[in-house]
Write a protein that binds this ligand. Structure first.
Ligand SMILES: [Zn+2]
Length: 46
């Protein structure tokens, strides 16, 4: 088994720059709440 790597098809946690909304998605284009840019929180998944 290899270590878990970031995969574009794997969901990860993203946080909104503007309002702080956190979502789990594979690649969110924008915050579902306010439409601002999302950033990957790089939360490790165990
Ligand atoms: Zn937002």
């Amino acid at each position: 088994m290899k270590d878990i790597e970031l995969d574009p098809e794997t969901e990860s946690t993203y946080e909104c720059f503007n309002c702080g909304t956190v979502v789990r998605a594979s690649a969110p284009n924008a915050c579902p709440d306010c439409g601002a840019e999302m950033r990957n929180r790089h939360t490790p998944i165990e």
